[in-house]
Design a protein around this ligand. Structure first.
Ligand SMILES: Nc1ncnc2c1ncn2[C@@H]1O[C@H](COP(=O)(O)OP(=O)(O)O)[C@@H](O)[C@H]1O
Ligand SMILES: [Mg+2]
Length: 364
């Protein structure tokens, strides 16, 4: 099968790496001339809403998928008869945090209290309703904590509105959560659902820095049940992530990603079938593979700098993935997975690994 992928970043690159053993070939579309997936297939270089390029991408491939939600759903919709998975509705809903939250409400998936904000009066009303701080987010185009401000006092209000104000916004109650969790799930074209063990995630300045697989987590059943509702409602095909805050014993959905997700990168070495392979199997109409974990697993992101690989690779159970991207502060350049036979062994291995890695600060 020849798959067209909108986006040529590291997620597309890892999809390609997973797809070659199954006989897939790839055509990527990305506005960046040096997109890091380009060496792994054929490439179209240009804008996501360039209708000629989209038509070429669709004509030259058997099926389309995407690795990034900040693409144009409207442009895709205007092309007739394209074969696309995940479904366009999942993309359209995801592109606006307001419609995403409305979907959570429709499905009785508890979510962070929110209001739309189109100006200072709306922000004042949100502050009144939720108390400070509130989290102000652009309704579209945000990722890795971009397009967000925590509004702590009246001075922040005007600045945040000025900095984000070109966009329509939502304000959310700030949740002093106990933990952040995510479910990586996959639904096949035959409706089969599968769930990976949930991940416990740590962010710094809105960017994921570490994920730990939690196969025995007490929140598993609830988190997977909520994610299953989303898969069914969207008649979803492919891999999807749902992020949660755990707060006062309940799960609050934060956002979903209609694609493979950074908190599932540990599945490459840490699960029977990776999230990337299962996404490809789903969109190609193949049976899904087992999502069972292969022991205890954790992942560390390499942000801003690439660590020296030699000392890392001497450690047992460690696998490094570097994406071939130019270093830049705050940029995801790679990730490290560590796997062990038990939680104790994993903790010992992680202690050694973390001692070798630069501190995972946004500024590194
Ligand atoms: N309402 C909130 N309360 C507390 N922390 C939040 C809230 N919203 C976002 N965050 C923090 O910021 C991170 C990034 O926000 P998120 O909404 O997931 O946007 P992105 O699309 O950038 O991932 C979250 O993982 C969480 O750590
Ligand atoms: Mg997020």
């Amino acid at each position: 099968m020849r798959l067209g992928i909108l986006g040529g970043g590291q997620l597309a690159r890892m999809l390609a790496l997973a797809g070659y053993p199954l006989g897939f070939r790839f055509l990527f579309l990305d506005p960046a001339p040096d997109a890091c997936a380009f060496p792994l297939g054929e490439a179209l270089h240009g804008a996501y809403d360039d209708l000629d390029l989209l038509a070429q991408l669709a004509n030259d491939t058997d099926k389309l998928t995407f690795e990034f939600e900040n693409i144009s759903a409207a442009a895709l919709q205007s092309l007739s008869g394209i074969a696309l998975d995940p479904p366009l509705e999942a993309l359209s809903i995801k592109k606006d945090r307001n419609s995403e939250k409305a979907l959570f409400q429709e499905l009785a998936i508890p979510t962070t209290p929110f209001r739309t904000v189109d100006g200072p009066e709306d922000l004042a009303a949100a502050v009144q309703a939720f108390g400070r701080p509130v989290v102000l987010k652009t309704r579209s185009q945000g990722y890795d904590g971009k397009g967000q401000r925590i509004v702590r006092d009246a001075n922040d209000d005007a600045r945040a509105l000025r900095e984000l104000g070109e966009h329509r916004l939502i304000a959310e109650r700030f949740i002093p959560f106990e933990r952040e969790l995510s479910v990586i799930a996959v639904r096949g074209s035959d409706g089969a659902q599968a769930f990976y063990p949930i991940s416990e995630n740590t962010h710094d300045n809105g960017i994921l820095v570490r994920a730990e697989s939690r196969p025995l987590d007490p929140m598993t059943e609830r988190a997977c049940a909520l994610t299953g509702r989303l898969l069914e409602r969207l008649q979803y095909v492919g891999t999807l992530a749902l992020e949660f805050f755990e707060y006062e014993g309940e799960l609050l959905a934060n956002e979903f990603a209609p694609r493979v997700h950074n908190s599932g990168h540990w599945t490459i070495e840490g699960a029977e079938t990776s999230q990337f392979e299962n996404h490809l199997r789903a969109v190609a109409g193949m049976p899904l593979g087992s999502t069972a974990a292969l022991g205890a697993v954790a992942m560390r992101n390499c942000i801003g700098t690439i660590p020296d690989p030699a000392p890392l690779l001497r450690l047992e159970g460690v696998h490094a993935h570097f994406y071939g991207k130019a270093p830049r502060p705050g940029r995801k350049l790679g990730h490290i997975t560590v796997r062990a036979r038990s939680e104790d062994e994993l903790a010992a291995r992680l202690a050694k690994l973390d001692a070798q890695l630069p501190s995972f600060r946004f500024s590194c």
